[in-house]
Design a protein. Structure first.
Length: 296
């Protein structure tokens, strides 16, 4: 018995092959060499089957959907073209006459003649560019100047925003709106009634500062903390409104009544404030606001 292990060599064949078992055909020990001048026979080896290719997606369904989409687009375009063609063939329908047929049209000036400038009393820009303190309502006869009032008629921006609940936010907002200058007047009537009017003028720019400020103040008024109502439209103003605030009562103090009005004209925002220990009528704040509006 051969005790040596059959260790395959580099070609994969055992160096010491065991003889075949009895009853089996021995493999040929040699292969006949081909005759001279002839090609050596090629042993028949079964070639491996080629790898299967992935199935291609069917394009018939996609092609059908594409044709349907193109047909739909062509149908819409064709229908639109036909509609325009039909409309173009129809006779034009005359429009109904205007309610005001005889509208006044400005006549052109004669050649070489120029339009006269507006007088200062009618030119709003001239008024706004001048001393706007002159646009404030004058103090009524018998009225007194309240303590700590601005005697020169000008109000600084820090003093203006100090009346707000959040002065720092009010200051930033005014700077964003382009505040320019503030004119003010105030007076007292009797013992407790006080009136204050402020004209806040803004610079020209992308933001309409006067309109923005008035609208922001009017947005607060419907809250219960302020007027608690929408107010009443001010006659003669595009968006002006006046408000009568609910009475404030606190133990140990006199009642506090307040009324306000907000409107703007051009680049000037106006706020009118009346406060008293007695009831303030709506006609009082309305009359004051209308007279101030007329000054502008």
């Amino acid at each position: 018995m051969n005790t040596e292990e059959n260790i395959p060599d580099r070609d994969g064949a055992a160096p010491h092959a065991d003889p075949p078992p009895p009853g089996t055909d021995a493999p040929p020990s040699h292969v006949d060499a081909p005759a001279p001048g002839t090609d050596a026979p090629t042993p028949h080896v079964d070639a491996p089957a080629p790898p299967e290719r992935p199935a291609r997606p069917r394009r018939r369904a996609l092609r059908t959907l594409g044709l349907i989409a193109v047909a739909a687009v062509l149908g819409v375009v064709g229908g639109t073209a036909v509609g325009y063609g039909v409309q173009a063939e129809r006779e034009p329908t005359p429009l109904p006459p205007l309610n005001q047929q005889d509208l006044a049209q400005p006549k052109p000036l004669p050649k070489g003649q120029k339009a006269k400038p507006l007088p200062a009393s009618e030119d709003l820009r001239t008024k706004a560019e001048g001393d706007i303190r002159k646009l404030l309502l004058p103090k009524p006869a018998g009225a007194k100047t309240p303590p700590f009032a601005d005697t020169d008629g000008w109000l600084s921006l820090p003093a203006f925003v100090s009346d707000f609940n959040r002065p720092s936010s009010a200051l930033a907002s005014q700077l964003d709106l382009g505040v320019r200058r503030i004119a003010t007047t105030s007076w007292s009537v009797g013992r407790y009634k006080r009136v204050k009017i402020e004209l806040i003028q803004y610079r020209a720019g992308d933001v309409m500062g006067a309109a923005e400020y008035v609208e922001s103040q009017q947005d607060y008024m419907p809250d219960e903390e302020f007027a608690g109502n929408e107010g009443t439209a001010l006659k003669g103003s595009a968006n002006g409104r006046y408000y009568v605030m609910p009475v404030e009562r606190e133990a140990g103090y006199m009642d506090f009544h307040e009324a306000r009005a907000y409107f703007h004209r051009g680049d000037i925002a106006v706020q009118v404030i009346i406060d008293d220990v007695e009831r303030i009528s709506a006609s009082e704040i309305r009359s004051l606001a209308e007279r101030q509006l007329a000054r502008l």
